[in-house]
Ligand binder design. Structure first.
Ligand SMILES: *Cc1c(COP(=O)(O)O)cnc(C)c1O
Length: 400
C-alpha cells in the first residue's frame, strides 16, 4: 500500500533533523570509492578545513564520527574526564539534563546549577560554583549553547569570562549541536577548548555524523586520561590514513554531503547565514508575540535577549500541543516538534534553522495559525502581517 501523493512541499520545521538542501542530497547520491582512492583524502581534508571555518578556529583539530549528537557527547565525556572525575554542567533544560545523565552513567560525577525555567545560564552562578571548588576538583564545564528543548541561547562568551574571573583551570566544552551555523560562535575568540556538534541541524545534513573540534588543552587532557577508551578516543584518530582516522570505514556519502553543505554555507557567507537566521527568527518572534495577545500561547523564554535564532518553544494553555502538532502536520503540511522532558505536553516548538528562507517561514507560520484556528485555540490575528512587516523591514535594512 502506498499513501496518496501530497501535492506541493511539506514543510519541516523541527529544529532537527532539518531540511536537507537539494545540493546536499545530490552530492550524496554517489557510488562508494575504495579507501585508497586519493579523492577520499581530499574529501576528508575539505571537510576538516570547512569545519574549522564554520567553528572559527585556526588550530583546532576536527574529528568526525559516525554517530549522532549523543555520540559526540560521549566523545567529550570519555576523552576529557576519567572515571570519578567531576564536571560542572549548568542546567539549561532537557539537553543539559540528558548530557549529565549520560556522564553519570559512565561513572563520572556531575555538579549542576539549579534550573531556572525560561532563563539562560547565569554566568555569575558558574563563577561562584568554580570559586567554591577550592581543591580544583572540577575538570570541565559542559555548556549547551542553545538548549533546543527551551529555545534559549546562553552567552558563551560571558561564561568564558566567568570561568576566567574565577581563576579556575577547568576546560570549557560547548555543545553547538543546534546553534552552529545559526547563532554567533567562534571557538578561538570565545576561548572554547572543545566544541561538540552533530550533522542534522544547522549543518543541513542527514542525521548520523557527530563531530568535535579540539584545542591543545583538551587534547592534553585526553592524552593524560587513564580511563579506557577506544572508538571515541580522538588521540587514535590522527594522521592521514582514512581508515585509522575514522577507526574503521569512513561514512563516505556523509562526507560527500558535508563537503556540499559546507560549500553552501561558505558561498552564502557565514555572516550572511547568521543574519538570515536572525531575520527569520525575528519574523517568528513577531508572530508568536501577536498570537500571545489572546492569552493561550506565549514564549517559554522569559528573556527576549536569550531567544534562540534556531528554535522557538511556544507554551500552550488549555490545549494539547501534541494534537496541534498532528493537525499542523497532517492537515496543513507543517511539521513541528513537541515538548521534551519537563516541557512534554506543555509546549510546541517551531524550528527555524538551516535551509530556510522568507516564504518557508511565512508558509510555516500560516500553516500553524490555520491549525490553531482549526482547533479553536484563541490567538491574536495580527501574526502574519507582523511577521511580513519584520521581514520587509529587514530586507530594506540589508539593501542599504
Ligand atoms: C539534538 C541535540 C543533541 C542530541 O543530538 P542527537 O543527534 O539527537 O543525538 C544534543 N544537544 C543539542 C543541543 C541538541 O539540539
Amino acid at each position: 500500500m502506498t499513501s496518496p501523493r501530497i501535492p506541493g512541499a511539506r514543510f519541516l520545521h523541527a529544529p532537527g533533523p532539518t531540511r536537507i538542501p537539494d545540493e546536499v542530497l545530490d552530492a550524496m547520491h554517489r557510488q562508494s570509492i575504495d579507501l585508497a582512492d586519493p579523492r577520499l583524502d581530499v574529501l576528508i581534508q575539505d571537510c576538516e578545513r570547512g569545519m574549522q571555518q564554520v567553528v572559527d578556529t585556526a588550530k583546532g583539530e576536527v574529528y568526525l564520527y559516525s554517530a549522532n549528537g549523543h555520540g559526540a557527547w560521549e566523545v567529550a565525556i570519555v576523552n576529557i574526564l576519567a572515571e570519578g572525575d567531576l564536571v560542572l554542567i549548568p542546567s539549561t533544560g532537557h539537553f543539559s539534563e540528558s548530557w549529565a545523565q549520560q556522564t553519570e552513567a559512565l561513572d563520572r560525577r556531575v555538579l549542576q546549577t539549579a534550573w531556572k525555567p525560561g532563563y539562560p545560564i547565569d554566568p555569575n552562578e558558574v563563577e561562584s560554583m568554580l570559586r567554591k571548588d577550592r581543591e580544583g576538583q572540577i575538570r570541565a564545564v559542559f555548556v549547551v549553547q542553545t538548549d533546543t528543548s527551551t529555545g534559549i541561547t546562553s552567552d558563551v562568551e560571558a561564561i568564558r569570562q566567568a570561568i576566567d574571573a574565577s581563576g579556575h583551570p577547568a576546560l570549557y566544552v560547548v555543545d553547538v549541536v543546534s546553534s552552529l551555523a545559526a547563532a554567533p560562535f567562534a571557538m578561538d575568540r570565545m576561548g572554547v577548548n572543545l566544541v561538540v556538534g552533530g550533522s542534522q541541524k544547522g549543518l543541513m545534513l542527514p542525521p548520523g555524523m557527530g563531530f568535535v573540534v579540539v584545542d591543545e588543552h583538551a587534547n592534553q587532557a585526553s592524552l593524560d586520561n587513564p580511563s579506557p577508551k577506544y572508538y571515541w578516543d580522538w588521540t587514535k584518530r590522527t594522521g592521514t590514513h582514512a581508515y585509522r582516522k575514522f577507526c574503521g570505514t569512513p561514512p563516505l556519502q556523509m562526507l560527500m554531503g558535508l563537503r556540499a553543505a559546507l560549500a553552501l554555507l561558505l558561498q552564502e557567507g557565514l555572516d550572511e547565514v547568521l543574519r538570515r537566521h536572525k531575520r527569520l527568527a525575528h519574523a517568528v518572534f513577531a508572530a508568536v508575540e501577536a498570537w500571545s495577545s489572546a492569552g493561550a500561547v506565549g514564549f517559554f523564554c522569559r528573556d527576549p535577549q536569550a531567544r534562540s535564532v534556531s528554535v522557538t518553544a511556544v507554551t500552550l494553555e488549555g490545549h494539547d500541543p501534541e494534537l496541534l502538532r498532528a493537525v499542523a502536520r497532517e492537515r496543513f503540511q507543517v511539521a513541528m516538534s513537541g515538548g521534551l522532558g519537563p516541557l512534554a505536553g506543555r509546549v510546541f516548538r517551531i524550528g527555524h534553522l538551516g535551509d530556510m528562507n522568507e516564504p518557508t517561514i511565512l508558509g510555516a507560520l500560516a500553516g500553524i495559525e490555520a491549525a490553531m484556528l482549526h482547533l479553536g485555540i484563541p490567538i491574536g490575528r495580527e501574526a502574519l502581517p507582523r511577521a511580513i512587516d519584520a521581514l520587509a523591514t529587514a530586507a530594506r535594512g540589508s539593501n542599504g
